[in-house]
Write a new protein. Structure first.
Length: 246
């Protein structure tokens, strides 16, 4: 009587790579005394109904990426477990799709402006920014920063073309607004105060009449001169006693 021979794997399952939505097939081969049984496992858990020398997965999803598949082969003399095979799942093939559009920018002349786009699709993706529909040399990234702007750039329109082997997508146009630089006028010199001894020939308003100031009022009056003396003169005498009406 011949002793039963335990199973021996002659073919190990191999790694597999698919796109999302596709299936993957793992295969093994074993020798030994019949009958030989098979049980495939995913990440160490038995897969119901997967009891043949090969196993085909359902349509794969991105959640299956990195899953480990092995098989336990058994007969009356014993069992053996295969090496694990790794499943790699990539996103489904697709042309570029823009998920974030560029937005309008407002700057002051002399400043730069940055436009940004986000896109998805099968790699590699290529990028080309345009200004008023003309390609900008060297602007080949998801973001573009302009040189220092000038008033002539006001109203310019920027967009981006994203491409891969399956197609292209063009973003919305974003408008650049450039405002003039703010120029500050020189600060006026503060007025000079002239003491009361210099006050001469002033009058104080009393109702609708102009009444000459008395010498005592002249001594108390404050004369406020503009930065250009002798051109505009005003004074405050609110604390002075009101002259009698004549």
């Amino acid at each position: 009587m011949t002793n039963p021979v335990p199973p021996l794997l002659s073919v190990q399952p191999a790694n597999a790579a698919v796109n999302a939505g596709q299936t993957a097939t793992f295969v093994t081969s074993a020798t030994g005394t019949s009958p030989i049984s098979y049980q495939w496992r995913k990440n160490g858990a038995s897969i119901p109904g997967a009891m043949a020398s090969s196993y085909t997965t359902p349509a794969a999803t991105l959640a299956d990426n990195g899953a480990k598949f092995d098989v336990v082969v058994s007969n009356s003399a014993g069992s053996v477990t295969s090496s694990p095979a790794t499943l790699t799942v990539s996103p489904a093939s697709m042309a570029p799709t823009i998920t974030m559009q560029p937005v309008n920018q407002t700057v002051i002349a002399g400043q730069t402006a940055t436009f940004t786009v986000t896109a998805i699709g099968v790699a590699p993706l290529s990028y080309q920014w345009r200004k008023n529909l003309t390609a900008v040399n060297g602007a080949n990234a998801p973001s573009y920063t302009t040189p220092a702007t000038s008033i002539t750039d006001n109203g310019a329109k920027f967009d981006l073309i994203v491409s891969n082997s399956l197609g292209t997508a063009t973003s919305n146009q974003a408008i650049l607004t450039v405002n003039s630089a703010i120029r500050r006028s020189p600060r006026a010199k503060p007025p000079r105060l002239v003491s009361s001894p210099l006050v001469r020939h002033l009058s104080l308003t009393n109702g609708k009449k102009m009444v000459p100031l008395s010498p005592a009022q002249q001594r108390q009056a404050t004369l406020r001169l503009s930065p250009q003396p002798r051109t505009a003169v005003s004074f405050s005498a609110s604390s002075l006693p009101t002259p009698p009406e004549t």
